[in-house]
Structure formats: C-alpha cells, structure tokens
Design a protein around this ligand. Structure first.
Ligand code: ATP
Length: 194
C-alpha cells in the first residue's frame, strides 16, 4: 500500500502547540502515515509581517517536533528560491505510490482560491480543512476535488500573540514546545520592537 502524506504549510513564526494539535488532528482523522510541516520560505501573502528568518523558523519547528511520532518538518520551501507557492511544493512531494493531503485551518481554507495556480491544487492533493471549536465554521472553500473537514478542540494560541508575549517579557512555556523556547531565548528572537 502506498503512503498517505499530510502536508501542513505555515509561516510558523513561531510554531506553537496549536499548530501541532492541528497537524495531529488531521493525522489521526485521516489515518495519515505522516504529516510534514512545511515551513514557508518566502510567504508572498505575508510580506512585511514575517519576523524571524526562514532558518530560525525552520530550526524552531524542527526542535519542536523532535521526538513526535508521525510529525516531521520539511525545508523544501526554504531550499527553493523565490516566492513560496504551495502548488510547487505539492508537485515536488508527489511521487508514485504517495497520496497527498493538503492540511489547512479553516481560516486559511477560506482564502485558498487566492493562492497561486489554485485551480491546479485539487489534482495534486485532497484537501483537509481543520475546523477549530469556538470559531465560526466557514462555508466550504472553492475546491473542486476531494475534501474532508476535521473538527478539533480549540487551542487558543496564535503566533502573533506569542510574539507580543515574548516582546513584553512574558512566559511562553507550555504554548511553544520547550526545545523551541530554548532556541528563541538563545537567539534572542522576537525581542526587538517592530
Ligand atoms: P498568526 O498568528 O501570525 O496569523 P498563524 O499561527 O495563524 O499565525 P501560520 O503559521 O501561517 O499562522 O499558520 C499555519 C496553519 O496553522 C494555518 O493553516 C492555520 O489555520 C493553522 N493554525 C494556526 N493557529 C492555530 C491554532 N491555534 N490551532 C489550530 N490551527 C492553527
């Protein structure tokens, strides 16, 4: 039997426990072999909002998933020059015998039609939309292919809030896995005002 691979992209600036819970919810619901967290190299829709370098975001994510079964991190979008387009990532990850599942939060799914070559995505992967409890369930995204909606319990964390907490000198323990917190402290990430 072939491999069923979840592909969960994000800026991960920084990665937090909400991201991991989301990846895990998709992995369990669809019985995926693995979910790969793909750290965006140059997220063109977030220009000016990304704070940490691609390398720092990748290292934090890699540290965060260390020891987790079935969840991994990929540098594929960081190693590829130019703006980060999911369509290129899926095309690169698609191999014979491997089925791809594009995992997105419902907020992100709602904007999927604005993505580069959005019309080509359904041929490359099935869509998995993770609905977070407590957030209004949005209408189905414009998606012509296979789609599954997966419910998850709310994990009320966002990267934006975490960056503000760090800047304010507040603790983020428990919200970001410990090995990633250590990296943030060692490298002095998110402390400068911007
Ligand atoms: P920001 O707070 O800066 O908007 P973010 O964490 O929402 O950051 P990304 O890192 O790009 O932004 O998110 C990647 C994916 O993780 C998206 O599909 C998003 O829906 C999902 N996600 C983000 N936060 C959570 C959360 N608390 N619980 C579940 N999924 C989440």
């Amino acid at each position: 039997m072939g491999e069923q691979l979840g592909v969960f992209g994000g800026t991960f600036d920084p990665l937090h426990v909400g991201h991991l819970a989301c990846a895990e919810a998709a992995r369990v619901a669809l019985q995926l072999d693995r979910v790969v967290l793909v750290v965006a190299g140059d997220p063109w829709q977030k220009h000016g909002e990304v704070v940490a370098s691609a390398r720092d975001r990748l290292d934090m994510a890699a540290a965060a998933v260390e020891g987790l079964d079935g969840i991994e991190v990929s540098a594929i979008e960081i190693d590829r020059p130019g703006p980060t387009f999911t369509v290129d990532t899926l095309a690169a990850l698609r191999t014979p015998g491997r089925e791809l599942f594009l995992v997105v939060g419902a907020d992100v799914a709602a904007a999927i039609e604005t993505w580069h070559r959005a019309e080509d995505l359904p041929a490359l992967a099935s869509l998995v939309v993770v609905d977070r409890a407590g957030e209004p369930v949005q209408d189905g995204p414009a998606w012509s292919g296979t789609m599954t909606r997966v419910p998850m319990d709310a994990v009320d964390v966002s990267s934006t809030d975490l960056r503000e907490r760090i800047r304010a000198g507040r603790s983020v323990e428990g919200l970001i896995p410990p090995a990633a917190v250590r990296l943030i402290v060692e490298r002095g990430l998110y402390t400068a005002a911007r």
